[in-house]
Design a protein. Sequence first.
Length: 341
Amino acid sequence: MSGLRLGVRVPPCARADRLVDTVRRAEELGLDRVWFPDSQLLWRDVFTVLTAAALGTERIGLGTAVTNLATRHPSVVASAARSVAELAPGRFILGLGVGNSSVGPIGLRQSRAAELREGVAMLRALLSGAEWQFGDRVRSRLRDPGPEVPIHLAASGPRNLRLAGEIGDGVILLSGISPATLAAATARAREGAAAAGRGAAVPLTVSAFCAVTDDIATAARQLKPVCASIAQNGGADFLALAGIRVHVPARVEDVYPDLVHAEDWEAAVAICSAWVSDEAAVRFAEEFCLFGTADAIADRLRTLHAAGVGEVLLQHVGSYDLPTELIETVGMSVLPVLRGR
């Protein structure tokens, strides 16, 4: 299992210097990467946090999961990514998405496919030191382009999955680990890679909520807002493939800023209980997430690796506390089982 990498999502919910201790602990325990999400109103600036993490660690990989090209101009992202890559050469992945929680709270729309395509092309040109035509008259370039920066695209819908496979150096799958949905998402990403003449192989990272527990029923209750959000955002059919039938209103009041990033998580759980039963939450945890004992999680990770997944991005429930418990339990109990220590 040496080929499977395990990363963990660390929301920048505390001062950058304080986050470094969490990243160092992940490094000490043998995790392969720390991924930081980017949402300017929810958390600290992602590139400030990445800089602190790069300076405070030696081995562990770093990445954005994800930043965007809507609130940040591609030329700004290129400069920031180069700056981090200089401090952590060979350790940094630039993960990009359509915007989600960055654009919603300020009334912007998510990036469209054509905008992502052009933005990635601009990023690659600037990071390589080439000039780019801005508008009708201006051609500019990035001074002192640094180390190579892999660009991975996060996607869930069929069109964006194909686009990610076509133009990304890797794909971050947001479909969870349910075999049916994972197979469908993987197929779309590989179709995009093949259409671009890159072969069917494309590095795949799968994002999954994780909890090491022997009481799935109790732990799964915390997943109700996540399950409801998937149904609310066009994923009801995916859930139905796993026998989970959830109908959620297009707008849910009294949850800020949204279901997945709710500031009052327990209140969000209570509200979502109107649409997501305890049984549905358990089914969701078992099908789409990595909830269970260390042995059970290790077995599922082996299955993912056999299906062509190169990295798993582990998430804890919640956005405003650090995943300290997840890092400890995965590092102390799952990794030794997975890697035969």
